[in-house]
Write a protein of this length. Structure first.
Length: 321
């Protein structure tokens, strides 16, 4: 299995098989255990990783930096005001320069096409640390968190409430269809996933039940995981449609009554973070009560970003140990 990752980019979960995704989750769980036991294997010794970030980040940046340090690599942070990308230099040229100096690139940015260009021209593995369209490393951490809690990744249903057309909804759909989890998305019709994505999901899903609905009750029944994300993703906050979008999404807010609609006391709450949950925050996709409840595993999920990014880097450019 390890060889199937060798020198591959990690752009979306669409590019990986069920077995490969499950392998990365199990490797992440093993790496977490090693870290707790203070076992250091330096799988990335002497590697250099560029962290090329057009958008801000807490988790992804810190997860990548700590993962690199733990495994013996050097991480170089390149923020949007640090380098020439998109100002004095094309993405294609930047990619060719970085590819001659670094062993891998983790990119966070706006256009998914920028990620694809980096991957094509750098000739080194490029890992998607979030684009407007997909956030696959997050979903790996989400699946790891689910496996840790339920000790399985089958017979699980996720209900995602909110913006059904953003990078998280897209990535959860792709990931669930790949590995056979059930997923229901409750969103306003205007924020449904694209037809292209739904067609793709339907063409690959084998064991997953997929439901896209406007109705929270329909989506949430029997859910083991209730998931939400910000209503305005990075870059949308100042859009002229922002206020309208927030109004549309208000009925998809996760509160304790919504959690009860699953009909299960074992249901967990997940959120990729950052979250608007405090009462003075305007958008409030989840109430403080749910966010701070025992059902909420959002900080386990955040920690798992580090173990999963470490697993991806180790699989694509690391030594097998
Ligand atoms: N979940 C996530 O990607 O968080 P950051 O934006 O802080 O990296
Ligand atoms: N949809 C959110 C995810 C943040 C991790 C955004 O793109 O801002």
């Amino acid at each position: 299995m390890k060889n199937s990752f060798y020198k591959r980019s990690f752009l979306t979960l669409k590019d990986f098989s069920k077995e490969e995704i499950l392998y990365l989750i199990d490797l992440s769980i093993r790496l977490k255990k090693e870290k707790i036991e203070k076992i250091y294997k330096y799988r990335l010794k002497n590697k250099n990783i560029a962290l090329l970030f057009e958008k801000t980040s807490t988790r992804t940046r810190c997860a990548a930096s700590v993962a690199c340090f733990d495994e013996g690599a050097h991480a170089e942070f390149l923020g949007k005001s640090d380098i020439q990308l998109g100002k004095k230099e094309s993405v294609k040229d930047t990619a060719r320069v970085l590819g001659r100096m670094f062993d891998a690139i983790i990119f966070r940015g706006f256009k998914h096409d920028t990620l694809l260009t980096l991957s094509e021209f750098s000739k080194v593995p490029v890992i998607n640390g979030l684009t407007d369209d997909y956030h696959p490393t997050q979903v790996l951490a989400d699946f790891m968190t689910i496996k840790e809690r339920f000790n399985r990744l089958d017979n699980i249903k996720i209900a995602f409430l909110g913006d059904g057309n953003n990078n998280m909804a897209n990535s959860l759909l792709a990931g669930c269809a790949k590995i056979g989890l059930d997923i229901s998305i409750a969103a306003p019709k205007t924020l449904y996933p694209t037809k292209d994505l739904i067609n793709y999901i339907n063409s690959i899903k084998k064991d997953s039940e997929i439901c896209i609905t406007e109705d929270v009750n329909e989506a949430i029944i029997n859910a083991d995981v209730v998931y939400t994300d910000v209503w305005l993703s990075m870059g949308e906050e100042k859009s002229k449609f922002a206020e309208k979008k927030v109004q549309l999404l208000k009925k998809y807010r996760v509160n304790s009554d919504v959690m009860k609609l699953t009909g299960k006391s074992s249901t967990i709450f997940l959120h990729c973070l950052p979250a608007s949950h405090e009462s003075e925050v305007h958008n409030l996709e989840v109430t403080d009560e749910v966010f701070e409840s025992e059902q909420s595993l959002v900080f386990e999920q955040a920690e798992n970003r580090m173990h999963t990014i470490k697993a991806i880097l180790s699989a694509v450019i690391g030594e097998y140990k």
